[in-house]
Design a protein around this ligand. Sequence first.
Ligand SMILES: C[S@@+](CC[C@H](N)C(=O)[O-])C[C@H]1O[C@@H](n2cnc3c(N)ncnc32)[C@H](O)[C@@H]1O
Length: 205
Amino acid sequence: MPLPDAPACRRNRDPILEVLRVHLAEARQVLEVGSGTGQHAVHFAAAMPWLSWQCSDRAAQLPAIAAWLEHAALANTPAPLELDVARGGWPALRFDAVFSANTLHIMGWDEVEALFVGLGEMLAFAPGPRAAFTLVVYGPFNYAGQYTSDSNRAFDASLRERDPRMGLRDFEAVDALARAAGLELVADIAMPANNRSLVWRAPAA
Ligand SMILES: C[S@@+](CC[C@H](N)C(=O)[O-])C[C@H]1O[C@@H](n2cnc3c(N)ncnc32)[C@H](O)[C@@H]1O
C-alpha cells in the first residue's frame, strides 16, 4: 500500500513533539486514539524511544497506519488496534498516557463523551496499582463560546457543512468531561495555527 500523507501532520509534528517530550517524559505505555495515517506515531515513537506507542483508530484507518509502522520498522510501535470510541472495546492493556490529535472536532459530541467515559473506565478499572496518568489532546478549541481566530471560524463552518455532527469543541465542555473522568488540567499550550495542546493528569492510584 502506498504511504498515505497528511501534510498537516508534517507541519505540526515537531511543535507537538516538544510538548510530548515534556509531558510524556515519565510515560512508558502510550495509547494514541485516532492515529489517522500513522505519521505522527512514527515521528513521536522514533524521537521518544523510552516509551511504547500503541496506535489505534477505526477499522478503515488500520491498513494506512500499519503501512507507516511497517515502513518505519521501529521497535516501540506494536501493531495498530481497532478502537472506535463510539463502540467501546478499549484495549485491556495498561497505559499511563493517552494522546489524540485533531479528533474531537471530527467525532460527534456523543463520541467525544464516549471517549472520556472510556478513559474514565480505563483509569478506574485497570487492575492493580497504576502510575500517574497523562492525557494530551491537540487541536483547535473555542473558549467561552468564542472562536480564537477567523481561520478557526471558517474551519468550523466547513466541518459543519461536511457533517453537522462535526465541529470545534468548547474547551470548557471538554474539560468538564475530563474532570468527570478523574483528570485535572495541568497545561493549556498555544500551538501554531491557532491550535492548542491540552494536558490533563490523574495521580497514581
Ligand atoms: C482529522 S483525522 C486526525 C488523524 C491524526 N490524529 C492526525 O492528527 O493527523 C481524525 C481521526 O479521528 C478518527 N476518528 C473519528 N471518529 C472516531 C471514533 N469514533 N473513534 C476513534 N477514532 C475516530 C478518524 O478515523 C481519523 O483518523
